[in-house]
Design a binder for this molecule. Structure first.
Ligand code: PGA
Length: 249
C-alpha cells in the first residue's frame, strides 16, 4: 500500500504568531486519519513549528534546501541545518523556485542527491506550463523533468522520494486539473517510472496532486486510483479548509 499524504505548502505566508495560531487550530481539529499530514512553514518558523507540534502527528517539512553542504551561500539553508532542528523532509523543485529563483533541472538534481545523501526524504515537484498543455507537450515535459532530476538515482533511493505533480497553470490560479486529467498524468508518471526502473518502484511511490485543491474538489481528485494525496497551497492557510481536505483523503 502506498502512503497517503496531505501536505500544506505555506509558501511566504504567516508570521511566527500566525504560524503558532494556525498550528494550534490544526492540531485541535485534526481528524483521525491514516494519511501522513505535513506542513511546510517558512524557514524562520520551522523550529517553532517543530516544538509546537512535538506531541502531534503532524509533520513539519521544509519548502526548499540548498545542495551544498555548507559555505558561502548567503541566504541559503543546508540539509544539516534542517536535520538539526528536526526536519527530515524537504520540498524540492516547486514551480515557484523554478520560475522565480532560476532553479533548473540540473540544480534540482543536485539538491535531490544531497538530500538523499543526508538520508532525508524529498518531495519532488514538477509539472507542465499552460503552453505545454495547449501544444500537447505536457507528457514529454513531465517525462523530461523526472528524467533530468531523478532517473539517475539508484533504485533504493526511491523509498525516500515522494512525487508531487503540479501543473503550473493550476497553481494559485483557482483553476484545477480535472480529476481525469490528474489521473491520466499520474498513470503516465507511473508508466514512465516503470520503464526507467520497474513496477515495484512505480507502484510504491506516492504521487500527490497539487494545484488549487480545495475542500470542494478534493474528494473527487483523491478518489482517482493513482492520486495518493495532495500538496496544498492556498487552502492550507485556513485550518478548516485544510482539515476538510485531510478528511477528503
Ligand atoms: P495552490 O498551491 O493550492 O495555492 O494552487 C499549490 C502549490 O503550489 O503547492
Amino acid at each position: 500500500m502506498r502512503s497517503k499524504i496531505v501536505a500544506g505548502n505555506w509558501k511566504m505566508n504567516k508570521t511566527l504568531a500566525e504560524t503558532e495560531a494556525l498550528l494550534t487550530e490544526l492540531s485541535a481539529k485534526l481528524p483521525d486519519t491514516q494519511a501522513e499530514v505535513m506542513v511546510a512553514p517558512t524557514y524562520i518558523n520551522l523550529t517553532a513549528a517543530v516544538r509546537h507540534l512535538a506531541s502531534s502527528s503532524i509533520e513539519v517539512i521544509a519548502q526548499n534546501m540548498h545542495f551544498a553542504e555548507s559555505g558561502a551561500y548567503t541566504g541559503e539553508i543546508s540539509a544539516d541545518m534542517l536535520l538539526s532542528v528536526g526536519i527530515d523532509t524537504a520540498i524540492i523543485g516547486h514551480s515557484e523556485r523554478r520560475a522565480y529563483f532560476g532553479e533548473t533541472d540540473e540544480i534540482l538534481a543536485k539538491k535531490v542527491v544531497t538530500a538523499l545523501e543526508k538520508n532525508m526524504r524529498v518531495m519532488f515537484c514538477f509539472g507542465e506550463e499552460l503552453e505545454d498543455r495547449k501544444s500537447g507537450n505536457h507528457f514529454s515535459v513531465v517525462e523530461s523533468q523526472l528524467k533530468n532530476a531523478l532517473f539517475s538515482l539508484d533504485a533504493s533511493s526511491w523509498s525516500k522520494i515522494i512525487l508531487a505533480y503540479e501543473p503550473v497553470w493550476a497553481i494559485g490560479t483557482g483553476e484545477t486539473a480535472s480529476p481525469e486529467q490528474a489521473q491520466e498524468m499520474h498513470a503516465f508518471i507511473r508508466k514512465t517510472i516503470t520503464e526507467a526502473y520497474d513496477t515495484g518502484i512505480a507502484n510504491k511511490v506516492s504521487i500527490l496532486y497539487g494545484g488549487s485543491v480545495k475542500p470542494a474538489n478534493a474528494v473527487e481528485i483523491f478518489s482517482k486510483p493513482d492520486v495518493d494525496g495532495g500538496l496544498i497551497g492556498g487552502a492550507a492557510l485556513v485550518a478548516d479548509d485544510f482539515v476538510a481536505i485531510i478528511k477528503a483523503i
